[in-house]
Design a protein. Structure first.
Length: 166
């Protein structure tokens, strides 16, 4: 009886120790994969409307940072509109935004909350405006960019569809 019990325990230990182990996905690995999905943003994007041309230039200086500089061109005049800095950290992807219309104000910070099928949604409900930013690669290869949120009790949004020129 004692031998059977010891044999059963021994076999159980062997089976448990030899079972295939599932690799643990760390948060760092997840954010690295999510960040890699954003590489399509690199390049210069342009939107033309009746009154101006809007540009966004996205660069990736290293494997943890994507930078964006936006500007508007009206005739021969150009003015900066925003600067984005997207950074991959072990616990998530953070975007800081400096809007020209809020000159002198500290940057706004957003956290990546969704990253599916070429659409990247960043949010921070504590921001004044905007509270959400959406970047999406459309099927035609264009960039859909949307700012949305509530300001002074009103629901507002601003959206652009931009084509890659470089």
């Amino acid at each position: 009886m004692k031998i059977k019990l010891l044999t059963l325990i021994f076999l159980s230990l062997i089976l448990f120790a030899c079972r295939p182990r599932q690799p643990k996905e760390s948060a760092a690995t997840d954010t690295k994969q999510e960040f890699a999905c954003m590489k399509w943003l690199q390049g210069t994007w342009k939107e033309r409307n009746d009154s101006a041309e809007n540009y966004q230039e996205w660069t990736m200086p290293n494997d943890t940072t994507i930078q964006e500089t936006g500007w508007t061109k009206k005739g021969s005049d150009s003015s900066a509109t925003e600067k984005f800095l997207v950074q991959r950290e072990d616990d998530g992807i953070i975007m800081s935004v400096e809007l020209a219309e809020q000159e002198g104000a500290p940057p706004l910070y957003f956290h990546l909350v969704s990253n599916k099928n070429g659409e990247h949604v960043f949010e921070d409900q504590n921001n004044n405006y905007p509270q959400r930013l959406i970047l999406r690669l459309n099927p035609d290869g264009s960039l859909y960019y949307r700012q949305e949120g509530i300001r002074d009790g009103q629901s507002l949004f601003n959206e652009q569809i931009m084509n890659k020129i470089k």
